[in-house]
Design a protein around this ligand. Structure first.
Ligand code: FES
Length: 61
């Protein structure tokens, strides 16, 4: 079984929300929940501080 990482109550992850959970940035892009590596591959910014744009893409802070 894969490791599990508690994040939050799913109702707290409202559309447009992004937060950190361990090594991951998790969020809700127009109802699609996602988890990605927390460090941006460009210069290492913390994607948990990012935002969701109108196209549903995670934007680096
Ligand atoms: S650190 Fe530059 S785009 Fe994320």
């Amino acid at each position: 079984m894969a490791d599990e990482l508690p994040v939050c109550v799913v109702s707290e992850l409202t559309p447009g929300a992004v937060m950190g959970a361990g090594h991951y940035a998790v969020g809700n892009a127009s109802g699609r929940l996602f988890a990605v590596s927390r460090r941006c591959r460009h210069l290492g910014a913390d994607l948990a501080g990012g935002s969701i744009d109108k196209q549903g893409c995670l934007v680096c802070p």
